[in-house]
Design a binder for this molecule. Structure first.
Ligand SMILES: [Fe+2]
Ligand SMILES: [Fe+2]
Length: 259
């Protein structure tokens, strides 16, 4: 079942949250479908575990050939390992960081991606997706090193949702992705370990915070775990800005030859 994050007129944002295998071997991940006047895009389609339900969910809104775009925040397996199947089932264009553009075809059979991958340049860009009166805009925001070297977040100006990729992820047995977080405090223990290890440095966190404070954000929705809204948005940005993480915490103690 999809979780409806936003609906107004012909614009709908859906989150698919329970598509991983049931024995918990794979980390819980979210996939997103934006529907706009009979067309749409998928953000971070996920691995093969996610494919069937996301494909069926999409087909309830428009036929597969109407899918305008597949947006990938970066090139991890939980982001685009299902790419081969999406390339076969749809004619959508894939948008991914220019530095991963030539790596993504390794997820596919030879020739499948020819002419269908658009590399997003490092500064990011405004994307117009779909055709004619059904077209809609998204902003690809630079979010490099959060955590991937070539990484984008996607902001939807209609819903005012920031799809934040791995940044903002929450993980753990008591985490319910269907429950939007408004009080960040009790939620931080599901985020802290992940961010300290996966995010690259406090310098990058500060640069990101300075950028996103300029946006009017109604919801921050990560690729793992629960969406954040209300006071949790400002609190999360403040928390991220002050977090020591990644190389900040690394020293010679972490670089010893194992006994
Ligand atoms: Fe990742
Ligand atoms: Fe991830």
């Amino acid at each position: 079942m999809a979780i409806e994050l936003f609906r107004k007129d012909d614009h709908v944002c859906l989150m698919f949250a329970k598509l991983s295998d049931e024995d918990g071997e794979a980390v819980q991940s979210n996939q997103f479908l934006i529907v706009n006047k009979g067309t749409g895009c998928i953000i971070d389609p996920g691995g093969n575990l996610a494919y069937n339900e996301l494909y069926l969910g999409m087909s309830q809104h428009f036929p597969p050939h109407k899918l305008a775009a597949i947006l990938a925040s970066h090139a991890d397996p939980d982001i685009i390992a299902s790419l081969d199947r999406w390339m076969t089932a749809t004619s959508a264009t894939v948008y991914i960081s220019r530095i991963w553009e030539r790596f993504a075809p390794h997820f596919c059979k030879p020739g499948k991606t020819v002419g269908r991958i658009v590399g997003i340049p490092d500064p990011g860009q405004r994307l117009r997706l779909g055709e004619g009166s059904a077209s809609f805009d998204l902003i690809a925001l630079p979010a490099h090193f959060l955590h991937s070297e070539g990484n984008f977040q996607f902001y939807d100006p209609v819903s005012r949702i920031l799809f934040s990729g791995d940044l903002g992820a929450s993980i753990g047995a008591d985490m319910n992705p269907e429950q939007t977080i408004t009080d960040l405090g009790p939620h931080l223990r599901r985020m802290e370990g992940f961010h300290r290890r996966y995010m690259v440095s406090n310098k990058i966190m500060r640069l990101w915070a300075g950028m996103v404070r300029q946006l009017d954000i109604r919801m921050i929705v990560p690729q793992h775990g629960a969406p954040m809204a209300g006071p949790a948005i400002k609190d999360f940005i403040d928390w991220a800005e002050n977090l020591q993480c990644g190389i900040d915490l690394m020293g010679s103690a972490q670089y010893q030859i194992p006994e």
